[in-house]
Write a protein that binds this ligand. Sequence first.
Ligand code: MHF
Ligand code: KIV
Ligand code: MG
Length: 263
Amino acid sequence: MKTIHDFLRAKEEGKKITMISTYDYWSARLCEKAEIDCILVGDSVGMVVNGLDTTLPVTVDEMIYHAKAVRRGAPDTFIVVDMPFLSYQVKKEDAVYNAGRIMKETGCNAVKIEGGEEVAEVIQKLVSVGIPVMGHLGLTPQSVHALGGYKVQGKTEEEQKRILRDAKILEQAGVFAVVLEAVPSKLAKEITEFLEVPTIGIGAGKETDGQVLVFHDMLGFFDRSPKFVKRYMEGGRLIKEALKNFKKEVQEGIFPGKEHTYD
Ligand SMILES: Nc1nc(=O)c2c([nH]1)NC[C@@H]1CN(c3ccc(C(=O)N[C@@H](CCC(=O)O)C(=O)O)cc3)CN21
Ligand SMILES: CC(C)C(=O)C(=O)O
Ligand SMILES: [Mg+2]
């Protein structure tokens, strides 16, 4: 099992970190077999698995349910769990309670929190009680309504300054890594060079210390995907063909064959 120190060392040694966002037993098993460095049980589960338009309705109980399944599938992989909307913003005490539940009930290794300066105190508190925290800057989907949509962040110089400043504040607060989502690669490079802790990018160019993608996106399960997604497989098409094949074979009396029958 990797530790937070292995991620720091990877940055020092210039070895890229790979992270995949996924939510269940079988996909976690495959990630572990493929030796992916880190699994993120993302609150994107609400959109990917549950068909919601945003991540906002996702609950702590739902995150725990998925994270337990992921841990069973990947017993030896470093697992980070997203803290969902409103589970850490209201009071520091809530954040400790919710992060504590996530750690205790799932056996994960760390939690992830979206935001900059406004969550620095919460992060400090979690780190002080022994809960490793991953930060998340740039496009923070839990603020989609405030951002006016899923849009690239850090386009203006003012925004860039704010994001870089937030990154420094997160490092001081004690995060062991930071996700940079949907920002120009130049800004991601600048943050990556400045920080001692690793950056993990999604739509942030190639200069970050690692990359993260959602399992279902990279395997092509959806017909539409954001610009930053590379499809390593046309999973949706392959599955649809298999389903059609099943229907055809049943209709034509080909399935089940002798080998599938208890005679
Ligand atoms: N399946 C999935 N993959 C993700 O990467 C992901 C989620 N869900 N849910 C939570 C957030 C939301 N994310 C998103 C969602 C949409 C865009 C998107 O549509 N981007 C457009 C427009 C960019 C712009 O206008 O600036 C694109 O074409 O890339 C980007 C990130 C990333 N996260
Ligand atoms: C896209 C990643 C970074 C995430 O936060 C998620 O999957 O919820
Ligand atoms: Mg998330």
